[in-house]
Design a protein. Structure first.
Ligand SMILES: [Zn+2]
Length: 678
């Protein structure tokens, strides 16, 4: 998750605040809305009443009895609708300035309060966490309904659906885009108890998956063999998957370990896993025969009662209850895709399935088979053998980075030089460097952007007393990429409401583009053979896996909406059925086996439903940008592209590269890599 942690705060705020009042539906009748639009059109002699109608409907949807009677709503609209374009622009500038002030200061307060939690220069006390968890910015949107500012915005700068944004994308001026982005602030007014219920469902799933450990030291087969050290415990699914990955390098029994973990995963998915062995090392378990032993004797054990699927259902019911409050994004699928990612679920499926059907999957699969010297197994979706052995000795790299960066201040001072190495001229490099602060982090680090001009982006990185080792440096360069994006897309974007990137996958793309150039920044020409080609295939293979998982996630949620009364057992059957269908369509041609359920193992499906596509889009965007950057001046293009701010993802990509958002560059890269390795 680390990869996508950052830059989310603004959008979470946009979509997650509701109404304190008990009466939670609009008290404005449809007839009254039409009548009001007619009245206002006539009195104001407006030729084109589209915008007016849109604004009145939008404001009516947000209005509640507690805000006033129908007559008061009508009076409010008549008084506050702005017909003069000059006045409209003036009001836009004022609102935009004030939202920057509000969200910017909240961001600063949060950042400062969290310093004792995040930075290793503070002595720690539990009270730091209490302050760190305090959400200072959580009420302003509610307050703006009370003081009616939200209605002034909704009435004059109404929200557009994703379809409308895409239809207008090419024709809108920057000003029209900026107005539309202001419309995105107040899109729905969801009762707070429903938001709390959705939060509780998600938190419940978090607890469930965070406690789902398998004591693999107690796994056994029918001959009584052990496979792991007795005290080894792995969290599902992340640690289980990573154990499969790690064993590609293990020539002594690695395959047997992978096989038994795969067997465990299948029992988790089918919920045949004995309840007793979850989070419990008191028993021996043979996942092949699904037999539990206590003190060497076989005992009866009941399977886990579909709790996994109950968790998904809990999230479904809690989020479905919110649907009626969104006139446009009236399903959780739409809110996650049209809303959060601004790529529809349909467009996502199209991009991913085009990729999944490509002949490159078969070709890369054959290469892996050859490298492994055996037939592919379903768990080879996590094949980890494309990691290029760097020509560099890592201890030498450690010595170099420790020498360069003994502390955070040394890295901060060096940021402009790093940008010069990427091709920036001195002045611009200095300016960007001046807007990024480096802080010594407790954890592995992160990038935290400013939220108003005047604020710096923060690069939080872990530096040991001996100085920064190479691994830390590599991650710091990733975060530096985020910081550069954050700075350009805050300071250089023409309107504050347009600041940022289309969605979280776009900032990841630039972070990875920077990270990939880490050797260049150390003045090392790392020409280890085949490094690039292997790296491309590694990313290709992980995209192949994650796109399938994402498609499964979407199809399960579509099934839920088609079968809203389903119980956990029915959802379990459906999920396994859909997982097999996705497998049979996109993986069985490569693997030569049918009906595998493995794609359903991801824990994200429980606690972050419909989030997984972000990872796949990260790969897609990175390759599309890299292909575009080839042979061009890096700084000119990066500045130009990230100055665009928050267009819709597809329009952003069209203006960045001349092409629609597409996985073709990723396929092309794989093709080239296959050629190179021949
Ligand atoms: Zn990142």
């Amino acid at each position: 998750m680390r990869k996508f942690l950052i830059l989310f705060s603004a959008w979470l705020v946009l979509s997650s605040f509701g109404d304190k009042q008990g009466s939670d539906v609009s008290n404005i009748e449809t007839n009254a809305i039409s009548q009001l639009i007619n009245d206002m059109t006539n009195t104001n002699a407006i030729e084109d009443n589209t915008l007016l109608a849109k604004g009145v409907k939008h404001a009516a949807n947000l209005w509640r009895e507690s805000d006033g009677t129908e007559a008061q709503f009508e009076a409010f609209c008549k008084k506050n609708y702005i017909t003069d374009p000059v006045e409209r622009e003036m009001v836009f500038q004022k609102v935009s300035r004030n939202i920057e002030i509000i969200t910017g200061h909240f961001n600063k307060i949060t950042l400062d309060l969290l310093e004792p939690v995040h930075l290793n220069i503070f002595e720690q006390h539990p009270i730091d966490n209490a302050f760190g968890a305090y959400s200072v910015g959580s009420h302003w949107m509610n307050d703006f309904y009370q003081n009616k500012i939200a209605f002034m915005i909704a009435l004059n700068f109404p929200a557009y659906s994703l379809e409308e944004k895409e239809a207008n994308a090419k024709d809108w001026s920057r000003k029209e885009w900026a107005y539309a982005r202001l419309g995105d602030y107040f899109t729905a007014r969801v009762p707070s108890e429903l938001l709390q219920a959705a939060g509780a469902a998600s938190a419940g799933s978090d607890v469930y998956i965070m406690d789902y450990n398998i004591h693999v030291g107690h796994l056994t087969d029918k001959k009584g063999n052990r496979f792991f050290p007795e005290d080894k415990v792995l969290l599902s699914h992340w640690n289980l998957r990573d154990e499969i990955k790690a064993n590609y390098a293990n020539k002594n029994g690695g395959l047997e370990k992978q096989k038994i973990i795969y067997q465990v995963m299948q029992r988790i998915i089918s919920q045949e896993i004995p309840e007793k062995v979850i989070n419990n090392g008191g028993f021996e378990w043979d996942p092949y025969a699904n037999q539990v032993y206590q003190n060497g004797k076989a005992i009866d054990a009941t399977p886990e009662p579909n709790e996994r699927y109950q968790q998904i259902l809990n999230n479904f019911h809690a989020n479905k209850a919110i649907d009626p409050y969104y006139p446009d994004q009236n399903t959780f699928i739409k809110r996650q895709y049209d809303g959060a990612k601004e790529i529809s679920a349909e467009a996502t499926e199209k991009i991913f399935t085009d990729f999944l059907r490509s002949e490159e999957t078969v070709k890369v699969g054959k290469l892996i088979k050859k490298r492994l010297g055996r037939k592919l197994q379903p768990f080879d979706i996590w094949y980890d053998g494309f990691k290029a052995r760097s020509g560099m000795d890592e201890s030498k790299l450690d010595a170099q980075t420790r020498g360069l960066y003994p502390n955070a201040a040394a890295l901060e001072a060096d940021l402009p030089n790093l940008l010069v190495k990427l091709g920036y001229d001195k002045e611009r490099a200095q300016w960007l460097g001046d807007h990024i602060a480096v802080d010594p982090a407790r954890g592995s680090g992160h990038a935290w952007g400013g939220a108003a001009k005047g604020q710096k982006a923060h690069l939080r990185t872990r530096i040991s007393p001996k100085g920064m080792d190479y691994k830390g440096y590599n991650i710091a360069i990733h975060e530096f990429g985020h910081n550069v994006e954050q700075t350009i897309s805050l300071y250089d974007v023409d309107n504050f409401t347009m600041n940022g990137v289309p969605n979280t996958a776009f900032t990841e793309a630039l972070a990875f583009i920077f990270q990939k150039r880490d050797m260049l920044l150390l003045d090392i020409n790392d020409d280890s053979p085949q490094k690039d080609a292997l790296k491309k295939l590694d990313l290709f293979w992980s995209a192949y896996e994650i796109m399938g998982v994402s498609v499964l996630d979407i199809r399960v949620w579509k099934w839920l909406y088609a079968n809203p009364e389903a119980d956990a057992a029915q959802l379990s059957d459906a999920t396994m059925q859909i997982a097999k269908e996705v497998w049979n369509e996109f993986y069985s041609p490569v693997y030569g086996v049918k009906d595998q359920t493995i794609l359903a193992i991801y824990s994200h499906m429980l606690n972050s439903p419909l989030y997984l596509s972000n990872y796949a889009f990260g790969n897609v965007i990175e390759f599309q940008l890299e292909q575009h950057l080839k042979g061009k001046t890096f700084p000119t293009e990066v500045d130009r592209i990230f100055k665009q701010g928050r267009l819709t993802p597809n329009q952003w990509m069209v203006e960045a590269t001349g092409n629609d958002l597409s996985a073709q560059p990723l396929l092309k890269a794989a093709k080239e890599a296959l050629e190179e390795l021949k």
